[in-house]
Design a protein around this ligand. Structure first.
Ligand SMILES: Nc1ncnc2c1ncn2[C@@H]1O[C@H](COP(=O)(O)OP(=O)(O)OP(=O)(O)O)[C@@H](O)[C@H]1O
Ligand SMILES: [Mg+2]
Length: 439
């Protein structure tokens, strides 16, 4: 490796023996290593240079490992941090991981630990490189309205495109978070199609839809005779996605014992079929998604923390549609065109009331709901433009009609005083409908 392309690493520790030892070993691995005897020196050095990784002792003078990590984040320094910790402070190291450290390694640094460190550093550098590329692309993608199959021009969606662009070429795992209907599967496909695995398979599996045994079978496959009725062998998703991408949808709903197997497969890059003896090597990129509250899923143990760290090398959050107002109009117009064409209709747009309603509605089902609403509106529309009545979901349309009747009732009461009693009885059930409709 030429000196100029060497990855730069800082080793920050007050123990001379450790800095010297690590420096020698890591220089041998081809890295450009700088040594700092305390956290403050490391921070000064990190501010002045382009370092991919800092190995930071948890307990060191002036600025300790945790404070160094926090200072990096506060100052927007993207260097990945690997914490070195003594056995007594492992809890703090785990805490550091929660706060954004890449990983931690426990002293004493025997040969097993050093091997782990040697394996960790390239991965941390890869994550750093993805971040760098991400920042470089930020300006280039500023004017985009579309990206692959995704439509969206909001700042939030452009940030999503940047992350996909940066992460796609690597084989880093991506965890996509977002409410239902925000486009997680489209993003997963984009990650695949922008990667150099694009010619390989894309294999999607919904982990919430399948009973445990079937899910396990789908993931890992089975050998002939593995269980009653298994007359043929069957390769699992891992084998079938070899050379490509596997998309694990609703991953937080995967039973925990399968999560353990999944973790093992990811770490060993190999799978063993049910009833099988041999490990089958696989080369796959994992993209996972969940619409669950991740914090809650982790706290309640539904998603194993160790698996989470492996899946979320890059985390990608898809904002709800109501939070990106500038995309609503773009998407609505695009769906209108598409469904008009599909249904041989000559619709030219939405009327003012329809737009007012579209913008006021909170779209709990996100893009999926908007897409379905526009498709329905196109089919229902009688004129050349879509009206509010055409696009509103049925329950809201009924509620609006009821509210209109209720609002009109006192006026007609005045005009025809004899009908007061009937008007009141008519208004009551309608207002009930309004409440039911909002649920
Ligand atoms: N940005 C977008 N541009 C165009 N179409 C989109 C976009 N986002 C979502 N869609 C469409 O909305 C529908 C839902 O998208 P998708 O299945 O990817 O959502 P999801 O987040 O995976 O939802 P769920 O959590 O319910 O599985 C699909 O028909 C998809 O084509
Ligand atoms: Mg989905």
């Amino acid at each position: 490796m030429a000196a100029s392309t060497k990855h730069r690493i800082i080793v920050a520790d007050d123990e001379h023996a450790i800095t010297q030892g690590l420096s020698a070993i890591l220089s041998d691995e081809g890295y450009d290593v700088s040594i700092c005897a305390d956290g403050q020196k490391a921070l000064d050095e990190l501010q002045s240079g382009d370092y991919g990784v800092v190995l930071a002792d948890l307990m060191m003078p002036k600025v300790d490992g945790l404070s160094l990590l926090k200072a990096l984040q506060d100052k927007g320094i993207p260097t990945e941090c690997i914490i070195i910790t003594g056995q007594a402070t492992v809890d703090s190291a785990v805490q550091a991981m929660r706060e954004g450290a890449y990983d931690y390694i426990e002293k004493p640094l025997n040969s097993e630990k050093l091997n782990r460190l040697k394996a960790l550093i390239p991965k941390a550098l890869e994550k750093y490189a993805i971040g760098q590329k991400n920042r470089e692309l930020a300006s280039r993608l500023e004017t985009l309205t579309h990206y692959g199959e995704l439509t969206g021009q909001s700042e939030e969606m452009r940030a999503v495109y940047q992350i996909i662009d940066a992460v796609a070429p690597s084989s880093a795992s991506v965890l996509i978070l977002g409410e239902s209907g925000t486009g997680k599967e489209l993003v997963a496909r984009a990650v695949h199609s922008k990667s150099d695995r694009a010619k390989g398979p894309f294999f999607a599996l919904n982990c919430a839809a399948l009973p445990k045994d079937i899910l396990e079978n789908e993931l890992f496959g089975h050998e002939k005779g593995a269980f009653t009725g298994s007359i043929n062998e069957k390769p699992g998703a891992f084998e079938m996605a070899d050379g490509g991408t596997i998309f694990l949808d609703e991953v937080a709903e995967m039973p925990t014992d399968i999560q353990v197997k999944l973790l093992r497969a990811i770490e060993s890059r190999s799978v063993r079929r049910l009833g099988g003896k041999k490990e089958i090597a696989v080369d796959i990129r994992i993209v996972a998604a969940t619409n669950m509250d991740l914090q809650k899923a982790l706290e309640e143990g539904e998603l194993r923390e160790d698996l989470y760290y492996r899946l979320a090398v890059v985390e990608l959050f898809l904002p709800a549609l109501r939070e990106r107002v500038s995309d609503i109009q773009l998407l609505a117009n695009e769906f209108l065109l598409r469904f008009s064409r599909q249904n041989s209709k000559q619709l030219t747009g939405f009327d003012e009331d329809a737009w007012a309603w579209i913008h006021a509605y909170h779209w709990p089902g996100n893009v999926r709901e908007l897409k379905n609403a526009v498709e329905r509106a196109v089919i229902m529309a009688r004129g050349t433009v879509v009206t509010a009545q055409d696009i509103m979901p049925r329950h809201l349309r009924l509620a609006a009609a009821a509210a209109a009747v209720a609002a009109a009732a006192p006026a007609s009461d005045k005009a025809a005083p004899g009908k007061t009693a009937a008007g009141k009885t008519a208004a009551k059930p309608k207002s009930k409908t309004t409440r039911t409709g909002k649920r």
